[in-house]
Design a protein around this ligand. Structure first.
Ligand SMILES: N[C@@H](CCC(=O)N[C@@H](CS)C(=O)NCC(=O)O)C(=O)O
Length: 202
């Protein structure tokens, strides 16, 4: 059985919890206190971070790598596109999300040394990038079109935290809000939320 070591407020862990519930197979989630990490976390992940997935002698870290593995082990419903060109484009998009959106998450999570100026710069970068993505969601139901995919999984935890991080989207980004509601109403999304995440949004 797969075991996921997960942070109860960690957006990256939330991605993996979301995929596990979408797949509907047997798994165990172990909550990790990030302020008092058990020693075995550093043994399993040299970067000392969650999420970590363990299945027999396989140990994986990095949310997107974990999620691609789960997707290949349990292909239904398939979250990476079947077509190689679309898969490559999806991976490029996932990379872009990390570089342009999630790179700012640690600043906003207030770990490390971020001051208010840095936090404001992070908020602006996220707001502007999301506003750029809005036109895509005018005609698309999901990031890739009609089908729910790994891109939707990857971005959902950030959209859930916008208010929590103090980010207000411009009116032009209304399609993003509608899209977010579509993601948040998925049964697997709701099941994957921890009590600490549930209270992040009113
Ligand atoms: N790129 C990683 C980021 C994981 C990450 O930043 N995890 C944070 C919690 S949200 C963590 O474990 N922090 C503990 C630490 O760095 O000591 C992923 O996608 O899995």
């Amino acid at each position: 059985m797969m075991v996921l070591y997960s942070g109860t407020t960690c957006p990256f862990s939330q991605r993996c919890r979301f995929v596990l519930f979408e797949k509907g197979m047997d798994f165990e989630i172990r909550d990790i206190d990030l302020y008092n990490k058990p020693e075995d976390i550093a043994v399993m992940n040299p970067y000392g971070q969650v999420p970590i997935l363990v299945e027999r002698d396989l140990i994986l870290y990095e949310s997107n790598i974990i999620n691609e593995y789960i997707d290949e082990r349990f292909p239904h419903p398939q979250l990476m596109p079947a077509d190689p060109i679309m898969r490559a484009r999806t991976r490029l998009f996932l990379y872009n999300f990390e570089k342009e959106l999630f790179v700012h998450v640690s600043t906003l999570e207030n770990r490390g040394i971020s001051d208010e100026k840095q936090r404001d710069a992070a908020r602006t970068s996220i707001r502007d990038r999301l506003a750029q993505l809005a036109p895509l969601l005018v005609k698309n139901k999901f990031m890739l079109g009609e089908d729910f995919s790994m891109l939707d999984v990857a971005i959902a935890p950030l959209l859930w935290r916008l208010e929590h991080y103090g980010i207000e989207l411009p009116k032009s980004a209304a399609p993003i809000q509608k899209y977010a509601e579509r993601l948040f109403s998925r049964p697997a999304y709701i099941e994957a939320l921890t009590p600490s995440e549930k209270v992040m949004r009113r």
